[in-house]
Design a protein around this ligand. Structure first.
Ligand code: NI
Ligand code: MN
Length: 225
């Protein structure tokens, strides 16, 4: 069964075609996370950018499970140098993996690793797994080309940051949902730290008022896809 499990912040776990994929596995230092890194079993780790609250425990998990790290070229190279198995990609490129087709999209943000190394451009991710399409926006500002992403992909689930300060806030994320023409929206990247507090109930109301579905997930909660 395909499913999505939310682990707090931007960390989501996907089960697609029998594979386990972690996106932005921020566990250590994530006060919302419901699991410990020894429980973060996976086949693939997808990273949207190099910031510490996204790469999180990647080096540790990738090493223990021999999971492949999928990221933009420079960020993949960073993990290759740490001994991980990696798949280098870049913006606009897609590749077919055993769990589905994955494309990296633009995101308006910045990207460097916690030790100050340039990590390439930040990205969003579109995964099409047998017609189920999931878009994880990564950390980003609102941008008009989300319309293009929505035109090119019939998005079933859009994971959008709503915490403001570093990314879109609630109103920009509602506009993003409209541009993306997504069926169901899941808010991420909020309430982890004081500076990104956001009212998820307000977000859900505003998403429903534009005729879209909103699923607010508590850490540990999952969604059947
Ligand atoms: Ni970031
Ligand atoms: Mn972030």
């Amino acid at each position: 069964m395909n499913k999505l499990i939310y682990h707090g912040h931007s960390f989501v776990e996907l089960h697609l075609k029998g594979k386990k994929i972690l996106i932005d596995p921020f566990i250590s230092g994530n006060p919302l996370c419901d699991i410990t890194s020894d429980k973060a079993e996976c086949d693939y780790i997808v990273l949207t950018h190099g910031h510490g609250d996204h790469i999180g425990d990647t080096a540790d998990i990738a090493g223990r499970f021999d999971a492949q790290v999928i990221a933009t070229f420079e960020l993949a190279e960073y993990f290759a140098k740490l001994g991980a198995s990696v798949h280098h990609m870049n913006l606009g490129g897609s590749h077919s993996f055993p769990f589905g087709n994955l494309k990296l999209t633009i995101a308006h943000h910045s990207s460097s690793t916690p030790d100050g190394i340039y990590a390439g451009d930040p990205a969003g991710v579109v995964i099409d797994s047998g017609g189920t399409v999931i878009y994880h926006a990564g950390d980003t500002a609102l941008f008009y080309d989300m319309k293009l992403i929505g035109e090119m992909h019939k998005i079933n689930y859009a994971l959008l940051p709503i915490g403001d300060n570093f990314t879109m806030g609630i109103d920009d994320a509602v506009k993003a949902a409209e541009f993306l023409n997504a069926d169901t929206v899941v808010p991420v990247h909020y309430n982890t730290f004081d500076v990104i507090r956001a009212d998820e109930a307000e977000f859900a109301r505003k998403i429903e008022s534009i005729g879209r579905k909103c699923r607010v997930l508590k850490p540990g909660e999952s969604l059947e896809l």
